[in-house]
Ligand binder design. Sequence first.
Ligand SMILES: NC(=O)c1ccc[n+]([C@@H]2O[C@H](COP(=O)([O-])OP(=O)(O)OC[C@H]3O[C@@H](n4cnc5c(N)ncnc54)[C@H](O)[C@@H]3O)[C@@H](O)[C@H]2O)c1
Length: 252
Amino acid sequence: MRMKDKVALITGAASGMGAATARLFGREGAKMVFVADVLDKEGAEVVDSIVKAGGRAHYLHLDVTNETEWTSVIAAIEREVGGLDVLVNNAGISGSAETDLYDTAAWNRLMGINSTGVFLGMKHGIAAMKKQGRGGSVINLSSISGIVGQGYIHVGYNASKGAVRLITKAGAAQHGRDNIRVNSVHPGLMPPMRTSGRTADPATRAKTLKGVPMGRAGEVDEVAYAILFLASDESSYVTGAELVVDGGWTAV
Ligand SMILES: NC(=O)c1ccc[n+]([C@@H]2O[C@H](COP(=O)([O-])OP(=O)(O)OC[C@H]3O[C@@H](n4cnc5c(N)ncnc54)[C@H](O)[C@@H]3O)[C@@H](O)[C@H]2O)c1
């Protein structure tokens, strides 16, 4: 039970890697998994599946760009279970639907959800962890797109994920003495996001795979297990790290 006694909040947990992580935390005995998203129906279904499997979970509506909602969500968690141990800033949108890679509205959307959403999560989540006073772990979902550039997605996706990589290191530098660890996870080619455009196209994916040493896409549980390691006490001396889960994409 690698999540025993831990309260976790996962953003964007109604689907994909967030949902897989929520289910895994549930199976690993988390004291409570707070599933947060803007997709209320799908989020409630994830909670149901965790509870049916014997875990403890609760759904909270949270648009990560909305600071008022962050305040309410953290207050609700403190009321219900007393504090927060693990925050997974996972909510995100893709940059592969736009044809104009310099579209200004898309830039603002990408930076708003992918970067500001993580900033607000760290601001409010870390404050709650400090108040509780027993440390904590923050895991921020970046991407290989936060490490290397790509010619075929909106520049804002790379920029927003690069910001996540460095706000993670700033957080690690600032909160080490509070025993609050902050790490980033960098998935490579995974099942397409809900908002994926060109990168969901099978021909594009097949072309991308030619450059991936392991020659296959990743599965959501393979990322969830990396997040679990960073959330658990097994990673007690790991902070400021960037954990690639990319089949070797960025190794070559
Ligand atoms: N799928 C990939 O290929 C891939 C690769 C590398 C990194 N990532 C990153 O991993 C994370 C999870 O991606 P995924 O593949 O599970 O995608 P997904 O589209 O399946 O899930 C993303 C979730 O975020 C939620 N979300 C979007 N905007 C939100 C907002 N404003 N507030 C709250 N929730 C919001 C969505 O409703 C959705 O449930 C993202 O940050 C993504 O950028 C994905």
